[in-house]
Structure formats: structure tokens, C-alpha cells
Design a protein around this ligand. Structure first.
Ligand SMILES: O=P(O)(O)OC[C@H]1O[C@H](OP(=O)(O)OP(=O)(O)O)[C@H](O)[C@@H]1O
Ligand SMILES: O=c1cc[nH]c(=O)[nH]1
Ligand SMILES: [Mg+2]
Length: 212
């Protein structure tokens, strides 16, 4: 039995290669953002593999054939602000017509508890697949609160994608939301006393937006 049944780590060589540069503290802000987007694209490819498709008839220059398309409007990207914004362009590269539902919350510096400051619910939530994105799953508090909010507003199908996860956060999240699959590029060792992920990549929001 897997310790974390809801967690999938992508061991794709390109994801692991790019993550090495993302972790490196000497990587510039520009390159950091580019790589976060690129890994976002690659993880989105994995996370969308079970999306339902619909048959359509297409006229090629030579014949009519049956093809399969995704209802992209039914896919809702949910970036957890701020740092989740860093992965939005990467996912849009793959699914340009998906909806985007911003969810703003930050982790209180002293208590590490999430504080929600922005959320605009989507219409017809039960029809859609919600894809939460945030580079970091640390204590799990932010991701749990976000999934709570989406479910309270009617979401039935949610997935969560992050770059780096801590075992503490995965455990808490899968306990709170055993129905939600987590896709990550890495499962790290542990949290430090400040609830930062070790070895991690530092503060994702600060590195993306240059706020330190
Ligand atoms: O699992 P947790 O312990 O909740 O920590 C993870 C959260 O912390 C970071 O956001 P932060 O609160 O720094 O906000 P920011 O994205 O605005 O920088 C990160 O982007 C996650 O949202
Ligand atoms: O390691 C961590 C933990 C929370 N938020 C971050 O940006 N990094
Ligand atoms: Mg931050």
C-alpha cells in the first residue's frame, strides 16, 4: 500500500531537469518564472490525461473522419495567489480556452494558517474540472482551505498540481480531501521550523515577483 495513495510524482526527465534549476538559488527571476511555467505545462499534460473527450466529425482535405475534442471551457484553472499565478501561462500553453478562477490567500507568517482574501465562484461548478495550481504544498493549510472553498461552492471534480510537496502537507491534504489527486514534480524531505520546505526552492512568491 502506497503511503500517499493520492499523490503522483512525475519522474519525467525534463521535469526533473527543470526543477534542478528552479531549486538553484542563483537562478535569475526571469529564468525562474520561465521554468515554473514550463514545468506547469508538463504537469498539466499529466494531470489532464483523464479529461473526457467528445467525438466530432472533421473534414480533412481528403475525407471525413471522427476526431475527439476536449470541452476546454469545462476545465477551470484555479491559481492560488500569488505564487500559483506563476504557473498560469504554462497551463494556458496547453489549454488556452480554459476558464481561470483566481483564489487569493496567504499564509499568516506567525500562525502559518491560511487567510483568504479573494474568491469569485464559477457558475455551474458541478459540470467542471477544477485544477488548483500552486508551486508549494507545505503544511497543506492553503491547499486544504482552497479545496474546502471550491467544494462549498459546488465543485465535485478537483485536482491539485504543485511543484514541490512536503510529506506533512501531502498527509494533511489527503486526510482532508481523499478524493483529490495531487500531482507534483517532487516530494521533499520535511518542513523546517518556519514551515518552509526542505530542501525546497525558497519562497516561491518572492522569487516569482521579486519581493524580497
Ligand atoms: O501549505 P502551506 O503551509 O499553506 O504553504 C504553502 C503556501 O505558501 C505560499 O504562499 P504564501 O502564503 O507565501 O503567499 P504568496 O503566494 O502570496 O507568496 C505558497 O505559494 C502556498 O500557497
Ligand atoms: O517552502 C515554502 C513554503 C511555503 N511557501 C513557499 O513559498 N515556500
Ligand atoms: Mg510567498
Amino acid at each position: 500500500m502506497k503511503k500517499f495513495p493520492t499523490l503522483t510524482i512525475s519522474n519525467h526527465p525534463l521535469i526533473q531537469h527543470k526543477l534542478s534549476y528552479i531549486r538553484d538559488k542563483t537562478t535569475s527571476k526571469k529564468v525562474f518564472k520561465e521554468l515554473v511555467d514550463e514545468v506547469g505545462t508538463l504537469l498539466a499534460y499529466e494531470i489532464t490525461k483523464s479529461l473526457p473527450v467528445r467525438a466530432v466529425q472533421v473534414d480533412t482535405p481528403l475525407a471525413t473522419t471522427t476526431c475527439h475534442v476536449v470541452d476546454a471551457e469545462r476545465v477551470v484553472l484555479v491559481p492560488l495567489l500569488r505564487a500559483g499565478l506563476g504557473m498560469v501561462d504554462g497551463v494556458l500553453n496547453l489549454i488556452p480556452n480554459c476558464a481561470i478562477c483566481h483564489l487569493g490567500l496567504y499564509r499568516d507568517h506567525d500562525t502559518h494558517e491560511p487567510v483568504t482574501y479573494y474568491f469569485k465562484p464559477m457558475p455551474e461548478p458541478e459540470e467542471r474540472m477544477f485544477m488548483m495550481v500552486d508551486p508549494m504544498l507545505a503544511t497543506g493549510g492553503s491547499a486544504i482551505a482552497s479545496a474546502d472553498l471550491l467544494k462549498k461552492n459546488g465543485a465535485k471534480n478537483i485536482k491539485f498540481m504543485c511543484l514541490v510537496a512536503a510529506p506533512e502537507g501531502v498527509e494533511a491534504f489527503q486526510h482532508a480531501h481523499p478524493d483529490i489527486e495531487i500531482y507534483a514534480a517532487a516530494l521533499d524531505e520535511r518542513l523546517n521550523d518556519d514551515a518552509y520546505i526542505l530542501p525546497g526552492l525558497g519562497d516561491a512568491g518572492d522569487r516569482l515577483f521579486g519581493t524580497k
